[in-house]
Design a protein around this ligand. Structure first.
Ligand code: FAD
Length: 401
């Protein structure tokens, strides 16, 4: 058993957990991250990082490394998946001046490697094969128990154990909500790609009940694709819903570019799309939730990991604000973190659902959407200010409280 009661124990070594390790260690605390897998790792696909997250990664001293392996796209484009052509775009080129950091797309495993190396440099203790089964808060600290019999004691425990978090059961008996949509994704070497969109853009081809996202990775040497569709078989209650044959059938109706892009997608893994409704409480005593464990969302805003990074940063700020305190201080820090993060992430969860509906709409709604998109200028950023703007993560609020 680890007897270090001044240590923060983080459960889960994904993007949320590792960023929390880094942000918390800056508050002068010792931190230990427990990951159940045999090694830290991410799926072989891309990730979009908006400036609300890259600003934080810059503060953590990681942006240069990230820029080296990432791509800075010029625009986010919405394309018409059925007829082809552009519906609208958002210009990203002035994001450093506008929001203090760039929009970056990168390989997930590159991001995880960078976070992992930074944790090692910062002295975050890292445990693999640590599958946490239960936690006990005795008022003076938290015992975190693993399936292999190991127990780690910390001054507090933060669970960043993902969509199917076990720790969430301490806060809610809710179930993950299946949307009936499924994703196929993967990054492939560019020389295997016969047809690609403009490599300077992130392109989302949207159509009724489906979409395809495409962007380059690793200086354009790889191409990332995510195809998502609403499964009719799910609606019919069939167990084998959302299989590759159903994907091929759905995408067969799309424009030539989209049709010819989907055969490249990996077919071995599928990701059914889930979220949960926001909950008001993520903190009890010395135990807290973070990232997807706290606020899993549909991926349409590309914000799940960005919000986990914001959580980590805000929690780090709250721990700094209550620096040195191991008793009530750590509980106050967790409560301050919760107070600013719950409303912010609830808004992002709700907006992600709405954004998905806008992407997948048909009929009159689709006509209206297309008209609105056509009229909106690419340099009109009004609808993303609340999401990407400075000071929106809540860290300033906890530091000045
Ligand atoms: C198709 C798709 C595309 C997406 N695109 C984007 C995007 O472009 N940008 C973006 O910001 N977000 C995106 N997201 C969302 C993003 O992937 C998630 O929000 C993010 O990975 C959540 O990070 P996390 O660390 O909270 O959880 P996870 O990544 O799920 O990590 C949880 C970790 O905890 C570990 N764990 C679980 N249980 C235990 C246990 N009992 N004990 C110990 N360890 C445990 C797991 O092994 C895992 O390593 C996308 C999601 C999908 C599905």
């Amino acid at each position: 058993m680890s007897a270090d009661t001044d240590e923060l124990v983080v459960i889960g070594g994904g993007i949320g957990g590792l960023t929390t390790g880094l942000a918390a260690v800056r508050s002068g605390r010792r931190v230990r991250v427990l990951e159940r897998s045999a090694q830290f790792g991410e799926v072989g696909a891309g990730i979009q990082l908006a400036p609300n997250a890259t600003r934080i990664l810059q503060e953590l001293g990681l942006l240069d490394e990230i820029r080296e392996v990432g791509v800075l796209p010029r625009r986010i484009v919405l394309g018409d998946a059925m007829r082809g052509g552009e519906l609208g775009a958002l210009d990203l080129t002035d994001f450093v001046e506008r929001y203090g950091a760039p929009y970056i797309v990168m390989h997930r495993s590159d991001l995880l490697d960078i976070l992992l190396r930074a944790c090692q440099r910062a002295g975050v203790a890292l445990e693999t094969g640590a599958d946490v089964t239960s936690l006990m808060d005795d008022g003076a600290g938290v015992d975190v128990m693993c399936t292999d019999g190991r127990t780690f004691r910390g001054t507090a425990a933060v669970a960043a154990d993902g969509l199917h978090s076990r720790t969430r059961a301490l806060f809610s008996d809710d179930e993950a909500i299946g949307s009936g949509y499924v994703a196929y994704r993967g990054a492939v070497p560019m020389d295997q790609v016969s047809r690609h969109a403009d490599l300077r853009d992130v392109v989302a081809w949207v159509g009724p009940g489906l979409h395809l996202v495409q962007y380059p990775l690793r200086s354009g040497r790889f191409y990332n694709q995510v195809a998502v569709f609403r499964s009719q078989a799910f609606a019919r209650g069939e167990p084998d819903w959302g299989n590759p044959a159903e994907m091929d059938e759905r995408f067969a109706q799309c424009c030539e570019h989209v049709r010819e892009s989907t055969p490249l997608l990996g077919r071995d893994n599928r990701w059914p799309m889930y979220d949960r409704a926001p909950i008001p409480t993520w903190v009890k005593g010395r135990i807290g939730l973070l990232g997807d464990a706290a606020h899993p969302m549909l991926q349409y805003l590309a914000q799940g990991a960005c919000q986990a990074i914001e959580d980590a940063w805000t929690l780090g700020a709250a721990l700094r604000r209550h620096e040195g305190a191991t008793g009530d201080g750590v509980e106050a820090a967790l409560l301050a973190y919760q107070a600013v993060r719950v409303p912010r992430t609830a808004r992002v969860q709700h907006t992600a659902r709405t954004w998905g509906e806008i992407w997948h709409v048909d009929g009159v709604g689709r006509l209206l959407r297309d008209e609105v998109l056509r009229r909106r200028a690419a340099d009109d950023h009004a609808h993303v200010e609340w999401l990407y703007g400075r000071g929106t993560d809540g860290a300033d609020a906890v530091l000045s409280a």
